[in-house]
Design a protein around this ligand. Structure first.
Ligand code: HEM
Ligand SMILES: CC(C)=CCC/C(C)=C/CC/C(C)=C/COP(=O)(O)OP(=O)(O)O
Length: 312
């Protein structure tokens, strides 16, 4: 049985004017914290300087683009969200918002973010922001997510753009470093998401979303988590390997990512028994978020210390 009203029923119930908090919720503020942080770190770690107001505008545009595409994602997925316990209380499935308002809000934020980025910061950064928005709200949401268990692997590209955009806002060109920052989040996304998908698997199965644990089974998902966690070790340290950072970032990246790999071991080599609490999966998911915050924080520390001449 569905755990929420259908969007049609919800819209019929929708009599109260929409609260600004519901518009804010449409931007997925929880996820947004890390998107803004990685975008800001990309900007702060880049060589060169940017006027603080332009830098602030660039990060604001990343936030607006991510928020706008999240709103469009929820506008498209209102039916699916209504059927999942984790998402049924969102503004659309819960009937607190009109569907057209969500769509218009998403389009407005997305278009404004690209326009302002182009005019105030640069059109290369704006073009990549537009690509990220289309990637998340169209390629991932409409095409990949409902059609392939590789949705997260390919779709992971959407969330990997923010630090690249932040970097390019400063430098105006694409070099190896922003591509490596993209690669770190790209390879981080599958274990981040599949760890969670292992403990909300029944929700996705009920909603008919072909997430990896639903289609290929838990054992295959656990192996894939392990494979991506191994790959993440050299990829996270690669900015150091190519001479783009000092050992400060390099050692931090290796330590943090070996920690990630260590936490993926019990997730991989575990047999689930009745009544299990899935603690290793929850631990890996929680760590994945802290991991990215600390890793990108270490990158900025490294670069600031380097540019200030404290380390060489
Ligand atoms: C295709 C890629 C991704 C998928 C499918 C995905 C999926 C999810 C899901 C389902 C949650 C559960 C909580 C919620 O409903 O908000 C979550 C949480 C989270 N994700 Fe991801 N994620 C992806 C990529 C990313 C990226 C790229 C970032 C940031 C760089 C990110 C950051 C976070 C954070 C910070 C949370 C915790 C949110 C909170 O505490 O409220 N995710 N993710
Ligand atoms: C600048 C820019 C456009 C950045 C993209 C932002 C970003 C972090 C995209 C990653 C995709 C994401 C959060 C997916 C959540 O999955 P879902 O939407 O399938 O989750 P759900 O099941 O909770 O709806």
């Amino acid at each position: 049985m569905s755990s929420g009203p259908t969007p049609q029923a919800a819209e019929a119930q929708h009599i109260m004017p929409t609260d600004w908090r519901d518009f804010f919720a449409l931007t997925k503020p929880g996820v947004m914290r890390l998107v803004i942080f990685t975008g800001l770190c990309g900007l702060l770690a880049a060589p060169g300087s940017i006027h603080p107001i332009i830098g602030f505008t660039a990060v604001l545009c990343i936030a607006m683009g991510a928020g706008g595409s999240a709103a469009l994602n929820q506008w498209w997925e209102a039916d699916i969200d209504a059927g999942m316990k984790r998402t049924a209380a969102r503004p659309l499935p819960a009937g607190r918002m009109n569907r057209d308002d969500a769509r218009n809000f998403g389009i407005f934020l997305s278009a404004a973010s690209v326009g302002i980025m182009g005019i105030a910061v640069g059109w290369l950064a704006a073009g990549i922001l537009a690509l990220a928005i289309v990637y998340y709200s169209v390629a991932y949401t409409i095409w990949l997510k409902p059609n392939t268990p590789q949705n997260i692997v390919i779709g992971g590209g959407a969330g990997a753009f923010p630090p690249m955009i932040g970097w390019i806002a400063v430098t105006g060109d694409i070099t190896a470093m922003p591509v490596l920052l993209f690669a770190i989040i790209f390879f981080w996304t599958p274990p981040h998401f599949w760890a969670l998908a292992l403990f909300v698997k029944s929700d996705y199965a009920k909603a008919g979303i072909p997430m990896m644990p639903v289609v290929k089974g838990e054992a295959a998902t656990r192996k894939q988590i392990f494979a991506y966690s191994i790959l993440l070790v050299p990829i996270a340290a690669s900015p150091w390997f190519i001479g783009g950072t000092t050992a400060v970032y390099g050692v931090a990246a290796l330590a943090l990512t070996l920690g990630f790999l260590a936490l993926s071991v019990p997730v991989t080599f575990r047999t689930i028994t009745e009544g299990d609490t899935l603690k290793p999966e929850k631990r890996l998911f929680a760590y994945s978020i802290i991991y990215l915050f600390v890793l990108f924080g270490a990158l900025v520390l490294d670069r600031v210390a380097f540019y200030q001449g404290w380390i060489s």
